[in-house]
Design a protein around this ligand. Structure first.
Ligand code: NAG
Ligand code: NAG
Ligand code: NAG
Ligand code: NAG
Length: 311
């Protein structure tokens, strides 16, 4: 009997040992290979938009992260808030950021779309969700190299509603020209260490317990000069696949402080129920489906001359 007990204990110990070994190997795997370092010069531009910023400097450039298959979302944005606009005499331009795909059909479709609309910025990195940092940095590189004359730049996503009228009004009111960065401020965020979470970040990817102050990647706005400065320091901060945190690390290094655009909340990364009057006083709202985009935009355009009752 005692022998059987011993045997059982022995087996349990072996099982426990193997389990521990497995767990430690599992958590060590990210250490394999060299840590990734961001390289400014990496990759070539495949598509460039048609704009001469020196001749015709835009007031605001909107950079929209997008993936190949989101053709309808891009069409809807081109017909709503991404339409070329002249707001109070200020020129606003919208461009789409894309990587490369191995899918030949999608690749060809995007090339055609780019030829037609001349509003695609594309480089040859693999287009994947966790390459968003490369995508964002491509946009920042593009501003730095091809459009440093832009007074302001907004980086946003294809499932966002952007009220370019209110954004322009607030930027003019704010009257800032350099070292300006705004959006939905996240001043005290920590890495998510739960493996099952979509935004899980391991200790080997990011060993510290706090993120620097950053703005939600759903939509942030900065003065044009910030692009060159962020691009400049991007090789000397630790790389992280979360693009908004990565930009936050660059800003911390540059000692650029995040600022609110307005005393009221205007960026809504968690979405917001639509009403015309509500959307007249916001800058950006997340989780807007393409068919709603058209309705919201129409309502907003139709109400431009109208006042809403004070709350
Ligand atoms: C924008 O519109 C104003 C009139 O509202 C016009 O005077 C100005 O030339 C236009 N600017 C551009 C860049 O198209
Ligand atoms: C990101 O792009 C690079 C360069 O094309 C590629 O080597 C890498 O596998 C991509 N990352 C992901 C997560 O797909
Ligand atoms: C904007 O700021 C500058 C100084 O930076 C000042 O001269 C100018 O009057 C300001 N304009 C407005 C409209 O407040
Ligand atoms: C980039 O950094 C270099 C060296 O620190 C500096 O001389 C240059 O002005 C910076 N460029 C920009 C656009 O900030």
């Amino acid at each position: 009997m005692a022998f059987v007990k011993m045997q059982l204990m022995y087996i349990s110990l072996v099982v426990l040992g193997v389990f521990c070994l497995y767990i430690s190997m599992y958590s060590l795997t990210p250490f394999k290979g060299e840590p990734f370092v961001f390289k400014k010069e990496r990759g070539n531009f495949l598509q460039l938009p048609d704009i001469n910023c020196r001749q015709d400097p835009p007031f605001l450039v909107l950079l929209v992260t997008s993936s190949h298959e989101q053709i309808f979302a891009r069409t809807v944005i081109r017909n709503t808030w991404g339409k070329e606009q002249n707001v109070s005499g200020k020129q606003i331009k919208t461009f789409f950021l894309l990587g490369a795909t191995a899918n030949r059909d999608l690749s060809r479709l995007v090339a055609q779309e780019s030829q037609r609309h001349r509003d695609v910025i594309q480089k040859d990195f693999t287009d994947a969700y966790f390459n968003l940092t490369l995508k964002t940095m491509m946009g920042i590189e593009w501003v730095h190299r091809f459009c440093p004359q832009a007074a302001f730049v907004m980086k946003t996503d294809s499932d966002m509603f952007v009220n370019i009228f209110y954004l322009t009004e607030l930027l003019l009111k704010k009257n800032r020209t350099t070292r300006f960065f705004t959006g939905f401020l996240k001043l005290n965020d920590s890495p998510i260490r739960d493996r099952h979470n979509k935004w899980f970040v391991s200790k080997s990817e990011y060993p510290w317990d706090k993120y620097p102050p950053f703005c939600s990647g759903t939509g942030y706005v900065f003065s044009g000069d910030v692009a060159g400065q962020v691009y400049n320091v991007s090789e000397s901060v630790p790389f992280i696949k979360l693009e908004d945190v990565f930009v936050g690390l660059c800003l911390a290094k540059l000692q650029i402080r995040l600022e609110e655009l307005h005393s009221e909340q205007t960026f809504f990364p968690n979405g917001l129920r639509f009403s015309t009057c509500r959307f007249k006083k916001i800058v950006a709202c997340h989780f807007v489906k393409p068919h709603n985009m058209l309705n919201y935009w129409q309502a907003l355009e139709n109400s431009l001359g109208e006042e809403c009752p004070a709350e």
